[in-house]
Design a protein around this ligand. Structure first.
Ligand code: IPD
Ligand code: CA
Ligand code: CA
Ligand code: CA
Length: 270
């Protein structure tokens, strides 16, 4: 669609600068938004390019961006904007700053309160994950489908481990303790957007994480849905996009994950 083309164009342009910055991370200025919550000139620069490209193509759309927050439509038109861009210019900042080649640009389009298109672009591996509501999910030109695994025994899961400054350490430990005895493997690669994209691609069979924000997950949630996966919050509600908790996977893995997380919750509060 036209909207997807706009997103792909913006992501490709912004990725050029990101790739350049990744080659000279020592040159970047890094500051702290909170304990272990880093932001660099690369995050801001990328966000600026995305803002310029997206607002030029759709001047009447508003934004929710990680670094700038909620931003009104550039046109200043009154009334409810026809659409909103949800943008994480650099998902995986910590990887990026440590020279770990695993990070992405994440952009979602929301129209009438519904996610309609998504782009997650990994500029190092040159993998462009994209989806349109009702039209499927793709990486570059290849159609995506979640894996066919339905039992935890065979599953490789991704997760996010809460770090300094994030709450939920004990809860995560309880959950991981229960799950690690049941699955083939657990990975923590450090980019929520790519974790979701990899579930859509059938690389991971499931993924769970808590205390995220809409910009981390909006695009990935649509990717998983359009690849035939199941994605909810930890209570099983269609609220993953809020980011408070995200649980996803193939139908069977999603169900098993929800059940185990519930059990972990009981153990933790007992
Ligand atoms: C982070 C990544 C990471 C997740 C963190 C997020 P950022 O986003 O998605 O995988 O575990 O909680 O904050 O800050 O690198 O855009
Ligand atoms: Ca951040
Ligand atoms: Ca993020
Ligand atoms: Ca970010």
């Amino acid at each position: 669609s036209a909207v997807t083309n706009v997103m792909v164009g913006a992501a490709t342009k912004a990725a050029r600068g990101l790739r350049r910055d990744f080659g000279e991370v020592e040159q970047l200025q890094v500051s702290r938004k909170g304990p272990a919550d880093f932001v660099s000139t690369a995050d801001h620069r990328t966000e600026k390019i995305l803002y310029e490209e997206l607002s030029r193509a759709r001047p009447d759309w508003s934004f929710l961006m990680e670094e700038r927050g909620a931003v009104d439509a550039a046109s200043g038109a009154p009334g409810t904007p026809p659409g909103r861009w949800i943008v994480d210019p650099l998902d995986g900042t910590l990887n990026f700053l440590h020279g770990l080649p695993h990070f992405a640009i994440s952009i979602a389009a929301e129209e009438r309160g519904q996610l309609t298109a998504a782009v997650v672009y990994d500029p190092v591996k040159d993998e462009l994950f994209w989806a349109e509501k009702g039209r499927g999910a793709y990486v570059n030109d290849t159609r995506l489908r979640v894996s066919s695994r339905s039992a935890l025994d065979d599953a490789v899961l991704a997760t996010g481990i809460p770090f300094r400054g994030r709450k939920g350490h004990r809860q995560w430990l309880e959950e991981a303790a229960l799950l690690m005895g049941q699955v083939a493997g657990i990975r923590r690669f450090g980019s929520a957007a790519l974790d979701l994209a990899y579930v859509a691609a059938g690389r991971y069979d499931g993924y769970w994480e808590r205390n995220l924000n809409p910009w981390d997950v909006a695009a990935g949630v649509l990717l998983v849905k359009e690849a035939g996966g199941f994605v909810t919050d930890a209570e099983g509600r269609d609220r993953a996009m809020d980011g408070a908790s995200v649980v996803c996977g193939t139908e069977g893995i999603h169900r098993a994950l929800l059940k185990t997380l519930k059990t972990a919750g009981k153990t933790a509060s007992a």
